[in-house]
Design a protein around this ligand. Structure first.
Ligand SMILES: Cc1ncc(COP(=O)(O)O)c(C=O)c1O
Length: 411
């Protein structure tokens, strides 16, 4: 891990990369089998991955798709089968990875942003009711950095106003809220399977629900809105005769009947193979990340005069996605100066996203003005996050402590 080229302000330099990926021998074997069978588009392995994922979460249905963004967009698009209309509103936190906002627009809805709490980084439940209008269809809390949203008030507001709740759980593997796994509380939930995440397929996403009807709609949506959802087609089992193909009132080829506006968002077999291999090691990966998260959070607490991170409440456990670090007021130094020092020292980091409505250029058309979401803007301007992944070891964690000490002693 020691870097040969030392631009570090410290004498030694140890790299701490942001992410990693676990590709197991089983995954490699399954990939070879899929390649040799020449059946690599969404089929048996995707189905197997979905079943394993659903059983990990204790839910009835899991539908794998091509990205976490698609998982969010498809979960939202299900609402058209439940009376939603294009342009209806979805309540989301102002601070999130931009994909949260993109997915709302891609699904044909209008995002209505609500400010966050600086301490939890999550949507402030106290602001939600004010944002509800006659066109609101759903609340979509985001469990940012694996910190569970306070779901009790969110669920009770949703039930009172007859709204759906879709959890953006992209970053929340391993998080729990009052004994429930995050991602099993709302009507639907969406996870990302991108490389930086605790379960990964390289690129990918997955939607969870306990409702078979919603799962069937999701399977149609990921395949262009197709009417045909039988196993022969969904599992891509080959060219065998399908009794259901013409067995419909119009006696027409159901494979080419499109019931709804769909997406092209299927996961492929090679991605599912990586995911199946990863699931076998889920407990180990989670335990290692959790240990790293706790050790690294303790370091941040040592420098509590300058910075803070998220903490666990009495009823919630953080999913160890990454370690957010936010500078505290009164500010002693800038986030960018800190990030530059980390980078020179070999510690890879990412900014802590943006206030989507006021800082992401693509959302300017909604007409929001800087200053409307002060907490989201504060965290976006003064926050960053670093990896806690399974390949980070104790030596790297001790090094992080030295790097931060070296930086803060200059001020
Ligand atoms: C909160 C949140 N939502 C959605 C996504 C989208 O996931 P993907 O990058 O797999 O499209 C991400 C990505 O990490 C995310 O952090």
């Amino acid at each position: 891990m020691k870097s040969s080229e030392n631009s570090s302000p410290l004498k030694e330099k140890i790299n701490i990369p942001f992410g990693t990926i676990t590709i197991t021998d089983k995954a490699k074997e399954l990939i070879m089998q899929a390649l040799e069978s020449k059946r690599i588009s969404c089929g048996r392995l995707v189905h197997q991955f979905e079943q394993k994922f659903a059983s990990l979460y204790g839910v009835r249905e899991a539908v794998a798709v091509s990205s976490g963004t698609d998982a969010v967009a498809l979960a939202l698009a299900v609402l058209y089968d439940y009376g939603a209309e294009r342009g209806d509103e979805i309540i989301v936190p102002a601070l999130s990875f931009v994909a949260t906002g993109n997915a709302v627009l891609q699904a044909g809805f209008t995002p209505v942003f609500v400010d966050i709490e600086r301490e939890t980084l999550n949507i402030n439940p106290a602001f939600i009711e004010n944002a509800i209008t006659g066109r609101t269809r759903a609340i979509m809390p985001v469990h940012l950095m694996g910190k569970p949203v306070d779901m009790d008030p969110v669920m009770s507001i949703a039930r009172k106003h007859e709204l759906f709740v879709i959890e953006d759980a992209a970053e929340a593997y391993g998080a729990t809220y009052k004994g429930k796994q995050v991602g099993t509380i709302g009507d639907l939930s969406a996870f990302s399977l991108y490389v930086a995440h605790i379960i990964t397929t390289g690129e990918g996403g997955i939607v969870l629900t306990n409702d078979e009807n919603k799962a069937e709609i999701l399977r149609s949506l990921r395949s262009h809105g197709r009417a045909c959802k039988c196993e022969t087609c969904v599992l891509n089992l080959g060219a065998g005769y399908c009794a259901k193909r013409f067995n419909n009132p119009a006696k027409t080829d159901i494979r080419f009947v499109f019931e709804r506006v769909g997406f092209s968002a299927k996961m492929n077999e090679l991605e599912a193979a990586i995911g199946i291999g990863c699931l076998d090691y889920y407990d180990d990966i989670l335990a290692k990340r959790r240990k790293n998260f706790y050790a690294m959070s303790a370091i941040i607490r040592k420098y509590g005069k300058y910075m803070y991170t998220i903490t666990e409440g009495e009823h919630s456990k953080i999913g160890p996605h990454a370690l957010p670090i936010i500078l505290k007021e009164p500010l002693t130094f800038s986030r960018d100066a800190f990030v530059d020092y980390l980078e020179k020292s070999g510690v890879d980091s990412r900014n802590l996203f943006q206030s989507i409505p006021t800082q992401a250029a693509g959302f300017r058309f909604l007409g929001h003005k800087l200053g409307e979401f002060p907490e989201a803007e504060y965290v976006a301007d003064h926050g960053l996050h670093i990896g806690v992944h399974q390949d980070i070891n104790d030596e790297q964690i001790r090094y992080l402590d030295k790097v931060i000490a070296g930086f803060v002693e200059k001020w």
